[in-house]
Design a protein around this ligand. Sequence first.
Ligand SMILES: Cc1cc2nc3c(=O)[nH]c(=O)nc-3n(C[C@H](O)[C@H](O)[C@H](O)COP(=O)(O)O)c2cc1C
Length: 179
Amino acid sequence: MSTDAFGRLMASADPAMIVVTTVAENEPAGCLVGFHAQSSISAEHYCLWLSKANHTYRTGLRATHFAVHFLTEADLAVAEWFGTRTGETTDKFNSDKFAGRGADGRVTDTDEHGLPLLRDCSNRMVAERIAMLDDGGDHACFTTRVLSAHTEGTFTPLRLSDVAHLDAGRSSESRSVHP
Ligand SMILES: Cc1cc2nc3c(=O)[nH]c(=O)nc-3n(C[C@H](O)[C@H](O)[C@H](O)COP(=O)(O)O)c2cc1C
C-alpha cells in the first residue's frame, strides 16, 4: 500500500483539533488529539483514539471520564502546549510557562468528576468511558457516552492543517510495546 496516498487522504479530511483531558487517582493528563469522531446520535456517543506512547493514554486506561475541548483558530498556543510536550516530564496543568493560565496560575478548573477543564476552552464536552478497543494499532479507541456539552456558539475550528508543523511530544513510534 502507498503510505503517501494514505497520508494524503487522511490529511484531506483536515480534522478539527481537540484537547482531551482526563484524571486517574488525582493525576491529571491531557494531550492534543486529531483522531476523534461522533459514533452515535442517540445515545450521544463519542470516540477518542489515544496514542499508546502517551502519558494521557496510560492515565486514560485507569480513568472513568474524559473532557473533550474543541479548539478554535485562536487556540494555537493551547495546541502547542498540549501536543508538543509530555506529562511524563512537564506538569501541563500548573506551569507558569503556559500563557493560557489564569491570574491564579492555574490552567484548569476541576469538575465534579475531578476532570481538569481548560479555562479558556469553553466549547467542550464531558464524557464517561464505555469501553476501550485495542485493535493492535498504535492508538487505542476509547468509546464514551457524552454527559454534557457546552458551546459559546459558532466558531472556526483549529484544524490539522493549522498544527501540522508541530512535533508531537511523544512519537507514536515510542510506545513501549510493539506487536
Ligand atoms: C497534529 C497532532 C495530532 C495529534 N493527534 C493525536 C491523537 O489523535 N491522539 C493522541 O493520543 N495523540 C495525538 N497527538 C500527540 C500528542 O498530543 C502528543 O504526543 C503529546 O505531547 C502527548 O502528551 P502526553 O504524553 O502528556 O499524553 C497529536 C499531536 C499532534 C502534533
